[in-house]
Ligand binder design. Structure first.
Ligand code: DGL
Length: 269
C-alpha cells in the first residue's frame, strides 16, 4: 500500500470525546481528510480493565485501517496510556500519535515551578503513564494525578457550567491546587468541554494543557517531517464513523465539535 499526502488522517476515541481533537486538527489542517471513529457502543473505556481496553484498541485501529490512513491519532488518553503498542502493531508501519505524549511534552514546556497536575480517567491515572512520560522528559518534575470519573458523564450531558458540575470539579481539583501545581494537564479528551469551568476553579495562575491542541501541533510537525502534508487549498469535511447512534448524538456532536454534525456512518466493530 503506497501512502501519499492525499490519504486521510485516522482518529479514534472511545466515544465522542475525541471530537475535541478532530476540531483542533481540522482547525489547524483544514485540507486534510479526517476519518474519525468513535466507539459509541462501548464507551466508557476509562472504567474498563486493561484487557478490554487493549482489545478495543485493536478493533478501533482495524476499523480505521480500512480507509488506508497516512497516520493514526489515538484521541483517547486511556488507550494512549494502556494500549499504544497495540495500535502501533495493528497499524503496521504507519505513524501513530497519542494524545498522552503530546500533552506531556506541552506540560513540561509550560511548567515553571516543576509541579504538574494531571487529571484523567481512572484507568489513565492508575496506569501511571503521564508521570512516566513527563519524568522521561524531566526527572525533576513532581506530578500529582487525580482521577475525575464524573467529568465524562458531565461533559456528555452538557453540564459545562452547572452548579453541580462546579461542586464536583471543586472536590476533584482542590487537592491539586493545594499541592501548588502551576500546570494542569487535561488528560482525557472529554475534559476540554469543561475547560472554562476548570479554569474558573483553578484560577489564572495555573496553565491548562489541552492535549487536543497539543496533538494538532504535533500532527502538523509529524506530517511535515514525512512530507505528507496535504498542500491543497480545499477544506475537507471530517467523516464520522460510530459503532452506535445514540439519540442525543447530534446535540453531543455539536457540543464537542462546536458546529453542525458532518456525515455520520454506522459501522460494525
Ligand atoms: N475520552 C477518553 C480519554 O481520553 C475517556 C472516556 C472514556 O472513559 O472512555 O481517556
Amino acid at each position: 500500500m503506497s501512502i501519499t499526502a492525499a490519504n486521510p488522517i485516522g482518529i479514534f476515541d472511545s466515544g465522542i470525546g475525541g471530537l475535541t481533537v478532530v476540531k483542533a486538527v481540522h482547525a489547524s489542517l483544514p485540507a486534510e481528510q479526517i476519518i474519525y471513529f468513535g466507539d459509541t457502543a462501548r464507551v466508557p473505556y476509562g472504567s474498563k480493565s486493561q484487557f478490554m481496553i487493549r482489545k478495543y484498541a485493536q478493533d478501533d485501529t482495524a476499523v480505521l485501517m480500512k480507509y488506508q490512513p497516512k497516520m493514526i491519532i489515538v484521541a483517547c488518553n486511556t488507550v494512549s496510556a494502556l494500549a499504544f503498542d497495540v495500535v502501533e502493531e495493528t497499524g503496521k508501519n504507519i505513524p501513530v500519535l497519542g494524545v498522552l505524549e503530546a500533552g506531556a511534552e506541552l506540560a513540561v514546556r509550560y511548567t515553571r515551578n516543576k509541579r504538574i497536575g494531571v487529571i484523567g480517567t481512572r484507568a489513565t491515572v492508575a496506569s501511571n503513564a503521564y508521570p512516566c512520560a513527563i519524568n522521561r522528559l524531566d526527572p525533576d518534575i513532581e506530578v500529582c494525578s487525580s482521577p475525575c470519573p464524573l467529568f465524562v458523564p458531565l461533559a456528555e450531558e452538557g453540564y459545562t457550567s452547572h452548579p453541580a458540575a462546579e461542586m464536583i470539579a471543586e472536590e476533584y481539583l482542590r487537592q491539586l491546587i493545594d499541592h501548588g501545581i502551576d500546570t494542569l494537564v487535561l488528560g482525557c479528551t472529554h475534559y476540554p468541554i469543561l475547560k472554562r469551568l476548570i479554569g474558573k476553579i483553578i484560577g489564572p495562575d495555573i496553565s491548562i494543557v489541552d492535549s487536543a491542541e497539543a496533538v494538532a501541533r504535533k500532527t502538523r510537525e509529524m506530517l511535515g517531517e514525512q512530507d505528507l502534508l496535504n498542500s491543497t487549498e480545499s477544506t475537507m469535511k471530517p467523516h464520522l464513523l460510530v459503532s452506535d447512534l445514540p439519540q442525543k448524538f447530534k446535540s453531543l456532536c455539536e457540543l464537542f465539535l462546536g458546529r453542525e454534525v458532518p456525515d455520520v456512518e454506522l459501522v460494525e466493530v
